[in-house]
Structures are given as C-alpha cells and as structure tokens.
Unconditional design. Structure first.
Length: 185
C-alpha cells in the first residue's frame, strides 16, 4: 500500500517537473527576442484595457495593475546598488566622468527579462480577474485616474532627481559605444 502511494506521488511529481521544464524551455526560447516579447506584452495590455473599456468595469483591478507596473518600472530604472545608501564620502559614489576613473556599468535592480515577465504575469492575472464579477467594485474612476497620474508624476520626479544627483542613465540607446583599439602587428 505504501509503495502504491509513493509511486503515484512520484508520477505526479514527474509530471509537474516535466511541465515546468517545458515551460522553462519556452521562456528560454523567447529570451533573446526582446522586441517581440515587449510587442506581445503591449498587445496583452491593450487587450486588457479594451476589455475594461468595453465592459465599463474593473477599475480597481486596472488601478492596482497600474500601481504594480509603476513599481516594477521604478525597480527597472533603479541601480542594483543604490548610490544613496553607499556613502563612502560626502556625495556618495558617482559614475566616472574622466578617462582615469574606474568604469562601473549600470546594473539594474530588476533586470529587463524579469521586468517583462512580471508585467506579463500580472496582466494575465488582471485579465483573469475581469472574468469574475466579485472584482468589479463600483468606484468613481476619474478619482483613481487623477490619483494615479499624481502618483506617477511625484514618483518619476523623485526618480529623475535621483538619476541626476548620482549621474546615471539607465538606458543604453544614447550612450557612446567605444570601439576596441586594433592591435598593431
């Protein structure tokens, strides 16, 4: 009797292990395709917003999703080691400004892939919530929109001030790229 129970538990655990391996394989395959991943994420968010607009409800779910996405975005913009907390001197560490200073690359607190993955998971969860009437709490949605815009502006203002104070730029599209110096023969 005990061996039947153990073997059935073993079969179930093998099934879920194989399922998680297949899921991880799909994630690994989509990892290098950044633009396609974000395009799919944008389509998913637009589908959610269209569903909310058509059914005229689930404003609390939308607000919670927006706040969660804002928190993820702030973590994406913030360095892993916060210069405000690493106080070696009066001003804290800064990025190099001359050629003889040490180069320290920008490492995010929340890497791009984890940011994308969390946005997709939360959006799918929000879409699932729109199928249940219990989450359709009646609220005066313009108040939520104004509160979200105010929160967004205050948070981004603080983040931009932090970026200016500690001289870091979390985006790479406008940074100079240095070519390696060819070795002479």
């Amino acid at each position: 009797m005990m061996s039947e129970e153990t073997s059935s538990r073993n079969v179930v655990s093998k099934f879920f292990l194989r399922l998680s391996q297949m899921y991880q394989q799909k994630l690994d395959l989509c990892t290098p395709h950044t633009r396609l991943r974000w395009l799919g994420c944008l389509i998913l968010i637009l589908f959610f917003l269209l569903r909310v607009f058509i059914h005229q409800g689930w404003y609390i779910v939308t607000y919670a999703l927006g706040i969660y996405h804002l928190n993820l975005f702030i973590a994406f913009l913030t360095p892993k080691i916060d210069p405000a907390l690493d106080l070696d001197d009066d001003q804290g560490p800064e990025l190099p400004t001359t050629m003889n200073e040490e180069f320290r690359p920008f490492i995010r607190r929340l890497p791009e892939f984890k940011f994308w993955y969390a946005v997709v998971k939360s959006t799918v969860f929000a879409i699932i919530c729109t199928f249940f009437e219990v989450f359709n709490v009646p609220v005066f949605w313009p108040i939520l929109v104004m509160y979200f815009i105010t929160l967004f502006c205050i948070t981004m203002k603080r983040q931009i001030k932090h970026m200016i104070k500690y001289r870091y730029l979390p985006f790479t599209h406008s940074k100079p790229r240095y070519q390696p110096v060819p070795m002479e023969k």
